[in-house]
Design a protein around this ligand. Structure first.
Ligand code: CAA
Length: 414
């Protein structure tokens, strides 16, 4: 499959693979146990220049886009799902700046992120606004001197506390229906900005997920993303479209990693006088796992390419790849634990962590129920393009069916 990638794609994938095997895998269990941010892993990723892969060259990155992001996330997630998201969440946080920032904002923030010097997070969700993202209540008012003053709380912010920069979504016009929300950049150390409760999680334990608290948090006027209020919700949706292939890549990496471990274990573990890989029931499981992993891989690369080419169907493609790969990863990692049997359930073995890490991928960056909604809404919108089929679909009260027409044509012919 390497033939399908450019030399640049392979360069970043191979760098990520090397770090995953030499740095991430040996440390994965330690940081899972400690539930602490692995700064030594961040340093290795920074040293290798990986934080620049999705950022354009003019802003200090390598210009690779979403495909390179996915290739790197897949490799890291094979060794640790937490490290996969620890890396990918910087793309989620920086996409609003890339998509909507002013030239001045892009030039100021993106190079620092590309160099890995500053980490970034995305603050959209709130206690009352999870799937219903537009129901958020954190608000920002503009003072006479142009400053923005933010009040409210964010929930489940991945990278919260570790990040230096935060893309925050807040209500700036309560009276507007479609232009209610704006994005504002908040930095660590801004007056009135505190990190709140840090969550104790089932999986992805090396990356912090925290509340963000804003109490009369004051930031200068030039932190309003794009310089224009009211476009925040649209930009949040466009960001999620481009970030969801990264979650799919995280799930793909987890599934691939679990499949590799299960396959090796099956060839080594002996029962009834032979390796369990000799039993057809195990072979069937491994074959089904491998087939669904490969199907997911094609969807990840296709959706990443759709984002990079900015095609109209990218929202649907991204949702499909997130939906398919994360459900697939949950099944494959659960089956991998099954292949390991009783040992697989124990923390002494690396496999149960894959199952724990996989679960969140079905939930964050839009639950898989939300992905189905996005896919269905797009399908219905696209139905107009299939107008020509209406002629072949009789309405229920229509007595001139296709079969009637066919019979009439035959009679006429005879
Ligand atoms: N691109 C551009 N614009 C879009 C869009 C898209 N993909 N989707 C919607 N919009 C626009 C619409 O055109 C509409 O614009 P107008 O008002 O001008 O007509 C506007 O946004 C509102 O759209 P909807 O009516 O479709 O919005 P909705 O309220 O029905 O919500 C939803 C739709 C898909 C359910 C959305 O709320 C959603 O995606 N929810 C999930 C949120 C999510 O993924 N949260 C995760 C946050 S990140 C995280 O998990 C934490 C972390 O740190 C990793």
């Amino acid at each position: 499959m390497d033939e399908l990638f450019s030399a640049e794609n392979l360069k970043w994938r191979d760098k990520a693979r090397e770090i995953a095997e030499t740095v991430v895998r040996p440390l994965a269990a330690k940081y899972d146990r400690l539930q602490e941010y692995p700064w030594e892993i961040r340093d290795a990723l920074k040293e290798a220049g990986l934080f620049g892969v999705w950022i354009p060259k003019e802003y200090g990155g390598h210009g690779g886009g979403v495909l390179d992001l996915c290739l790197v996330v897949e490799e890291l997630s094979k060794a640790c799902g937490g490290v996969g998201v620890l890396f990918a969440v910087n793309a989620l946080g920086s996409f609003p700046i890339l998509l909507a920032g002013t030239e001045e904002q892009k030039k100021h923030y993106l190079p620092q992120i590309a160099r890995g010097e500053k980490l970034i997070a995305f603050g959209l969700s709130e206690r009352p606004a999870g799937s219903d993202a537009s129901g958020l209540v954190t608000n920002a008012r503009q003072e006479e001197n142009g400053d923005w003053v933010i009040n409210g709380q964010k929930k489940w912010t991945t990278n919260g506390g570790a990040a230096d920069i935060y893309s925050i979504f807040a209500v700036t016009d309560e009276t507007s229906r479609s232009r209610r929300i704006s994005a504002i950049i908040v930095e660590k150390g801004d007056e009135g900005f505190e990190i709140g409760r840090k969550e104790d999680k089932m999986g992805i334990r090396c990356v912090p997920v925290a509340e963000l608290h804003f109490d009369e948090c004051r930031v200068p006027g030039n932190r309003l993303l794009g310089g224009k209020p009211g476009l925040g919700f649209k930009h949040a949706m466009m960001t999620l479209d481009r970030a969801r292939p990264g979650v799919a890549a995280q799930a793909l990496g987890l599934a691939t990693g679990a499949l590799e471990l299960a396959t090796v274990y099956a060839t080594e573990r002996r029962q009834f006088g032979q390796p369990i890989s000799g039993f057809q029931m195990i072979q069937q499981m491994l074959a089904d796992m491998a087939t669904s992993v490969e199907a997911g891989r094609q969807l990840v690369y296709a959706s990443a390419r759709a984002c990079d080419a900015d095609v109209p169907s990218l929202s649907k493609m991204a949702a499909m790849s997130k939906l398919f790969c994360t459900d697939m990863a949950m099944k494959v990692t659960t089956d991998a634990v099954q292949v390991f049997g009783g040992y697989g359930y124990m923390k002494d073995y690396p496999i149960e962590k894959y199952m724990r890490d996989a679960k969140i991928t079905q939930i964050y960056e839009g639950t898989n129920q939300v992905q189905r909604l996005v896919i269905a809404r797009n399908l219905i919108k696209e139905a107009g393009r299939l107008d020509n089929l209406s002629a072949f679909i009789p309405l229920p009260d229509h007595d001139n069916t296709i079969a009637d027409q066919d019979r009439a044509a035959q009679t006429a012919g005879a």
